[in-house]
Design a protein around this ligand. Structure first.
Ligand code: NAD
Ligand code: KPL
Length: 308
């Protein structure tokens, strides 16, 4: 059994999913839960389409309990809005040659970590799996997807292949992605087209096929496409609207992550989805009124004035 260690920061759905699969693949895992919040009492993973959950092992700690220099490979498994603060909380424990893997949805949080912690190797994962917790420490792998993994900075480039080789030992689909920026933008475009609308209309992804809603999806896609073209990014062959419609149909029965967040009374990742697009559009002088409308409406309805 490999004794290679991974520290996973955030004992939520994806933290437990990756922690569970890493441990099942033979890695030694430390799972860092929020300080002041009790650690999960037991750790179980229900693999994709399995009928029974399987136990996994991880050392449970809070960030303050980590010794200086003890973290060599760190996965940041928090929501986008918590990522920078979470890394700051474990900074004292990072080894000089630490690798940090960021796996947030949207864009902006990963880039902020890469900018502030450029002295470390930063690698990002763009994940299309779906996971949720049935109770603390118990995670269900509900949707099989792909995790595309690639470097966000120069030090990350030097280690990305080795990181991918380790991650491929998990029973998840892991792909090396030499252009992670493009992959993150494609996923961002999907989340721009789906998440805000489903949260505001409290509907399933498939219910965006309603013609009136689909018209809004199309405008969101057109605005995103203009920004992506201006940034010289590739547009999928059938356009972003085609891509987003495929995902709407492929995930028709899903509640988007943003809808789930607001139904649980949590803050959303809107700042890192439509909010990120708006920042890019503004810098490029491209109007994006539909994104602005969705962004403003989500903030007004679901966030208190100082929540972000
Ligand atoms: P989650 O809310 O289930 O888990 C996040 C965890 O991070 C929570 O347990 C929270 O307490 C913890 N956390 C926050 N700040 C912390 C800190 N400073 N120290 C320790 N723990 C801290 O969220 P999730 O569903 O696991 O999502 C994580 C990220 O992955 C998000 O960006 C999400 O969009 C993305 N993602 C999720 C899925 C999925 O199916 N769940 C799929 C793809 C991408
Ligand atoms: O990534 C998603 C999310 O909900 O955040 C999609 C692809 C829209 C699936 O629900």
């Amino acid at each position: 059994m490999s004794q290679t260690q991974w520290t996973v920061l955030g004992a939520g759905s994806l933290g437990c999913l990756w922690g569970g699969y890493l441990n099942r693949a033979g890695f030694s895992v430390t799972l860092l839960h929020r300080s002041g919040v009790s650690a999960p009492e037991s750790l179980y993973l229900t693999p994709f389409q399995a009928t029974e959950e399987v136990a996994f092992e991880a050392k449970l700690k809070s960030a303050e309990q980590c010794a200086p220099g003890s973290i060599k490979q760190l996965i940041i498994a928090t929501k986008a809005q918590d990522a920078l603060t979470a890394v700051a909380g474990v900074e004292h424990a990072l080894a000089d040659d630490a690798i940090i893997l960021v796996l947030q949805n949207g864009m902006g949080a990963q880039q902020a970590v890469a900018e502030k912690y450029d002295r470390y190797a930063i690698v990002a994962a763009c994940i299309t799996d779906g996971a949720f917790r049935s109770e603390p420490g118990h995670v269900i792998h509900a949707g099989k997807g792909i995790s595309r993994v690639g470097a966000l900075n120069a030090k990350g480039k030097a280690v990305e292949s080795a990181v991918v080789e380790q991650l491929k030992q998990m029973d998840l689909v892991i792909e090396h992605c030499p252009d992670i920026n493009q992959a993150l933008w494609n996923k961002l475009a999907i989340n721009i087209g789906i998440n805000g609308l489903t949260a505001l209309d409290q509907c399933l992804n498939g219910e965006l096929n309603d013609p009136e809603r689909l018209a809004h999806v199309e405008i969101l896609c057109q605005e995103t496409e203009q920004v992506m073209q201006s940034l010289k990014l590739q547009i999928p062959e059938h356009g972003l609207f085609g891509l987003v419609k495929d995902v709407i149909n492929g995930t028709a029965k899903n509640r988007s992550s943003m809808l789930q967040d607001i139904q649980k009374g949590k803050s959303t990742e809107i700042e890192y989805i439509n909010g990120y697009l708006l920042k890019q559009a503004k810098a490029l002088g491209i109007p994006a009124p539909e994104n602005q409308k969705i962004y403003d409406a989500v903030l007004k309805r679901f966030h208190s004035a100082n929540a972000l």
